[in-house]
Write a protein that binds this ligand. Sequence first.
Ligand code: LLP
Length: 411
Amino acid sequence: MINESIRYYEDQLCVSGMAIQPLLHEQVTPLYLYSAERITHNVNALQKAFASLGASFHFSVKANSNLAILRQLVSMGMGLDVVSGGELLAALKSGVSGEQIVFAGVGKTPSELELAVTHGVGWVNIENVAECHLLNQLAGKHGTSMRVALRYNPEVQANTHPNIATGHKYAKFGLNRDALLNLLNQAHAFPHLHIEGLHVHVGSQLEDTQGTQDGIRKALEIAEQFPQIHTLNLGGGFPTAYDDRPYPTYHDFAQSMLPLLRPHNLHLMLEPGRSIVADSGILVTQVLYLKEQGGINLVVVDASMTELMRPALYGAHHQVVPLLNAPEKRRVRYTVVGPVCESTDVLAKEVMLPDIQVGDYLAILDVGAYGMVMSNNYNLRPRPAEWMVEADGSARVVRPRQSFESLIAEL
Ligand code: LLP
């Protein structure tokens, strides 16, 4: 069993009881497929774990911006965390109110900040002194005021891949302590801003709770001195189990935060992305060719680093499984590669799979977060389709495969 929603029944990989292979009839692979049921499961687990802390949640749209997913999450009571004008407009299209949007990002342009002002976003997370002045000026120009959280770089080490650690001294993110204190002490210079929150996000795919706890302690030292700070936004970072190692759960994080936050009367906000959607998504791909080279059994599939960048970019591990399992077949060690003209276009190294034939389908697991959103058109490959399987097993396309016409028209 992969999880309760994505699992084998009689050796066929199924999502909410629906076998995937028959769905593929006349469909072009690669394609992404998501389980609505698994997303619901993850949101319920999050809400339950943080109930005693009274937290509110904003899903991090950067992890997956498919509108069907955003609409599902909004209908479950989540707000949305966006980092660009594009994500802001996608969030609004999903039906969420401006008030339920948090706008973050290290380099927001003046026009993006103006969009935030005109759409009345609930919170702008500020990362730069000049940005604070600019937002104040834009809010004044539109005769309104904006609620702001200052993103604090607490200079802590998070236990994660160095490429996704954000709270250390040399990161580009956030304001350092001196800059942050200066802004708080000069809050009167920003008549169109309500500086009411601190924002701390120490990294993604956190392997323990230590970095988060260190970040909270440092943020509390500051919040204690400024009574106008009533909200602490701790970002995302909750991990997904891409492999068999033990990872901290939502419950572990909540328990580690509780003793630190209880003595303070602060509202807790969270911006989870990966942990909500990663294990709801698979990338379905078909085997094009087989060849043995240098003693390695290569499987050339129709998916590549353009649909899923994580292995090439971070050396990330994603489990690969066949859509049709064949327990009677011998197991062979394979390396799964894509067609893109880059040596790093390797999706999985040295994985054991039942003896593969050309035309077989494989599923790459745990790709619901930072999969489709990081896809690109390198080698002029069209972006893949996205499918949603509802809890009752019904399936539909929620974003069509990019057509060659639209790809070529933009050249
Ligand atoms: N809030 C802030 C301020 C963030 O920077 C991020 C992620 C999140 C929330 C959501 O974090 P999550 O719950 O997903 O850990 N492309 C990389 C991950 C980049 C994460 C960037 N920031 C990957 O594929 O692993």
